[in-house]
Write a protein that binds this ligand. Structure first.
Ligand code: CP
Length: 305
């Protein structure tokens, strides 16, 4: 039995296979509409979500399967003190696969250790979000035609943004990738990503506060919101929340081929005027998220078309 807790547990070859399956689903959706008949996905969301939970549920329905679950801890027996390990042991009796989001880092790993069925990490605290990364990788591959030889810019809350952490890990395995991190000083990427991922792999990277200066270099600009729910201090959030706002004038010096990604939800960091620019790709990224989750569910359940 295989789980997906960390994006690095998938090899580059497995990621290529998931991308190929997702592309085939996009091209031939009817071929996949019955492959999960009789199977059930449980979505255990202890933290709010729109895209991840609903895309998992849409993915399972489009594969012909069924969905059960909860969307907040308050409506589960976690509110009575039940542990994550007991919860997944119970849900394993009802479902064939589990997607779990939890505010505590490591909770999906604990779940995987006690589950009788595959567990997918749908976001754990400020740590990781591997299925968002799969959506990001599918989008980059479809838009740029490759995952290597790219200059990636990450902008915003790089400290708490779990989608950034997972994508940095994933992209660090591809050749000739340069990463530029634009953030306020207080919201720089965690040190462990530098010491354990970027430096050992010899990845060229730059940390800056000046997004405008690097804009012309970028092939991908990955915008993120400042993560209010992870701040200890509201005053710090209010001071930092609008550090970077992507507007059409700010985007103007970017390459025509550059693509803007954002895991969403957006708060104020991308002007809605940017949505109509051909470089804006974040709603396509949402659509891709459903298809790559379909491919992942199939892989972890061991079903094919
Ligand atoms: N990108 C993402 O994880 O969105 P949700 O929080 O709405 O699931």
């Amino acid at each position: 039995m295989k789980h997906l807790i960390d994006i690095l547990s998938l090899s580059e070859q497995e990621i290529d296979e998931l991308i190929a399956t997702a592309n085939d689903i996009i091209a031939h959706p009817a071929d996949y509409s019955h492959v999960c008949e009789g199977k059930k996905l449980a979505t255990l969301f202890f933290e709010p979500s729109t895209r991840t939970r609903l895309s998992f549920e849409a993915a399972m329905y489009e594969l012909g399967g069924h969905v059960l679950g909860f969307s907040e801890a308050a409506s589960s027996s976690a509110s009575k003190g039940e542990s994550v390990s007991d919860t997944v042991r119970v849900v394993s009796c009802y479902a064939d696969i589990i997607a779990m989001r939890h505010p505590k880092e490591g909770a999906p790993l604990v779940a995987a250790m006690h589950s009788g069925v595959p567990v997918i990490n749908a976001g754990d605290g400020g740590h990781n979000h591997p299925t968002q990364t799969l959506a990001d990788l599918l989008t980059i591959r479809r838009e740029q035609g490759r995952l290597d030889n790219l200059t990636l810019g990450f902008c915003g809350d790089l400290k708490f943004g779990r989608t950034v952490h997972s994508l940095v890990c994933a992209m660090s395995r591809y050749a000739n990738v340069k990463m530029i991190f634009a953030s306020p000083e207080e919201l720089r990427i965690p040190d462990y990503l530098i010491t354990d991922v970027l430096e050992p792999r010899g990845i060229e990277f730059v940390q800056t506060t000046d997004l405008d200066a690097v804009m012309p270099e970028l092939d991908i600009l990955y915008m993120t919101r400042v993560q209010r729910e992870r701040f200890f201090n509201e005053a710090d959030y209010l001071r930092l929340k609008d550090s970077y706002i992507l507007t059409l004038p700010r985007l103007a010096p970017a390459k025509e081929t550059m693509r803007v990604l954002h895991p969403l939800p957006r708060v104020n960091e991308i002007s809605v005027a940017v949505d109509n620019d051909p470089r804006a790709c974040y709603f396509e990224q949402v659509r891709n998220g459903k298809y790559i989750r379909m491919a992942l569910i199939m892989k972890l359940l061991g079903v094919g078309k």
